[in-house]
Write a protein that binds this ligand. Sequence first.
Ligand code: NAP
Length: 287
Amino acid sequence: MIISGKTKICAIIGDPVGHTVSPAMHNAAFQKLGLDYLYITFRVAPEQLSRAVVGLKALNVAGFNVTIPHKVAIIPLLDSLDPLAEKIGAVNTVVNINGKLKGYNTDAEGFYRVLLEHGFSPQGKKVVLLGAGGAARAIAYILVEQGCRLTILNRLQELDWAENIAQFILDDLQKEVQFFELGDIAEALPGADLLVNATSVGMSPEDNVSPVPAPLLKKIPLVFDIVYNPLKTRFLREAAAAGAQIITGIDMLAWQGALAFEKWTGKAAPVDLMRREAVKILERHED
Ligand code: NAP
């Protein structure tokens, strides 16, 4: 990669950022398409966020990703928001449009693209979603918007997060969402066409746990775990053993990156290459 006087800069801001696979995905994609762009990481502590955003704007970066813990806090620091990001209340991608910073949420659309890629048509389907955190909120919104019947399960002590998502969807889309505590999963699962894990349960280093007892995974045709480290979680291994078709979190990661890439460059992203690059890095972590 040759850095020139015209090289455009993209970045990711978060805290921490040392684990991110985004530079590998994006730099490989820039190189493949012969684009004079470079993607780098910036560790930004919460109390430095507003100064960092002013700095990125002053330096005229082409755009940047936003990760934990800044996805919500960045919103008031931007010039405008895409309607989907505004509804979800979280931003993971920022585009510099003629000196103005516009926020997007490509997690939701990335998740949805993966479902389409696997031949899942959402209209009228029953979906059970585990978790009520930031990613679950984005996923819940897009699933209901696309016509799914949704049930959200979260831990009892934080059930009001699930209730909060259900209320926001009712207000915005006029669609009812059911919510239960995770302990009631056996009652919620029968008839589900798709089961999604959007909790962080099973994420490395605590990767020998699953959010769902294995015997309950029978008869669920499609199971999606958005956790991408490890590449195949215990939850997915047990779902596959029970006969389900499975979708890994790396697919969503590649697609959310691909959609950001397209917004920064205006070019179709080489999503398969981006997925392969992400897998390479994560396999190295697993060694
Ligand atoms: P978050 O906002 O912190 O939410 C975490 C969720 O996990 C909450 O619902 C939390 O429940 C639940 N949870 C945590 N520990 C639990 C436990 N022991 N038992 C039951 N539930 C538990 O995080 P997030 O940003 O939504 O991310 C969630 C996961 O998705 C992370 O692993 C992240 O890496 C992954 N992710 C993947 C992609 C992708 O592109 N593949 C994109 C975004 C996120 P409480 O509310 O009860 O605390």
